[in-house]
Design a protein around this ligand. Structure first.
Ligand code: IP8
Length: 256
């Protein structure tokens, strides 16, 4: 890890968990509050010191991104479009921060649009400077990042997803555990049951509907592939898995 201190835990709260996906800019307040309760309880119990939170876009970011035709691969140079997407994500981020702070979690925002770039274009890697996140962690604060717009050479501004940020943070910070909390209870097999452990992609490729080794169709297959590549163990779980994950227990699907 970067600064010699204890490696952090990286937790993603999925946009579909904390918002009502079908209704523009609508929170799922009950789900968000329950998730923030679990984070606050874990911090109070000393179970999750050094925590970085990432959240997705749900009905905030994705609504505006699709309205303006912006995605991880299609950018825009329209400043109004960037303002709409980033503004919506900052509004969602402010809700998340407020609910965490109300519960005593010292949460502070880190906005990827102000930090990150794809210097080699939309197909290239993400450059995410981590100095602010590392320093905030060292000061006992909980950085909260989010899916956002990102400056992209040759393409204006594209979308950076929360999942991509999770991978960057886990790698760059040398995370000890990674958790992805969403509306599904884990990675599901063909019969709809949670797969408890994944340690190689080939074993689950069929169940995940990945057609071949070059499958980049996104969804769960791509997520599993990226999480498998991390050094840290990663867990994919639903709302019920959040408290056990933060206690250091297994939850949902373990990917390692
Ligand atoms: O929900 C995308 O983040 P995700 C955020 O993690 C935007 O894919 C800006 C659409």
């Amino acid at each position: 890890n970067v600064d010699g201190a204890a490696p952090p835990v990286v937790l993603k709260l999925g946009g579909s968990l904390i918002t009502e996906k079908g209704r523009p800019e609508t929170l799922d307040d009950a789900a968000l509050s329950a998730a923030c309760d679990a984070v606050a309880d874990a911090l109070a119990a000393g179970a999750a010191d050094r925590l970085v939170v990432v959240h997705g876009g749900g009905s905030f970011g994705h609504h505006h991104a699709s309205e303006h035709g912006v995605s991880t691969t299609d950018g825009t140079r329209d400043a109004e479009a960037v303002a709409a997407i980033h503004g919506a994500m900052k509004r969602l981020n402010a809700h998340v921060l407020e609910r965490l702070r109300e519960r005593g979690v010292p949460a502070v925002p880190v906005h990827p649009l102000s930090l990150a770039a794809r210097a080699d274009g939309a197909d290239g890697g993400l450059d995410l400077p981590l100095g602010s996140t590392v320093t905030l962690l060292g000061e006992g604060l909980v950085p909260v990042l989010h899916g956002d717009g990102v400056a992209t050479a040759g393409d204006g501004v594209t979308v950076v997803s929360g999942d991509e940020l999770v991978v960057e943070l886990a790698t760059g910070l040398g995370a000890r555990r990674v958790g992805v909390c969403s509306t599904v209870p884990g990675v599901l097999d063909g019969a709809g049951d949670v797969i408890s452990e994944i340690d190689e992609f080939a074993a689950v490729a069929d169940a995940l509907g990945a057609s071949d080794a070059t499958d980049v169709s996104g969804g769960m297959a791509a997520k599993v592939r990226e999480l498998l590549a991390l050094d840290a163990p990663a867990y994919v779980f639903g709302a019920d898995g959040l408290a056990p994950f933060l206690r250091g227990e297994d939850a949902g699907t373990r990917i390692d």
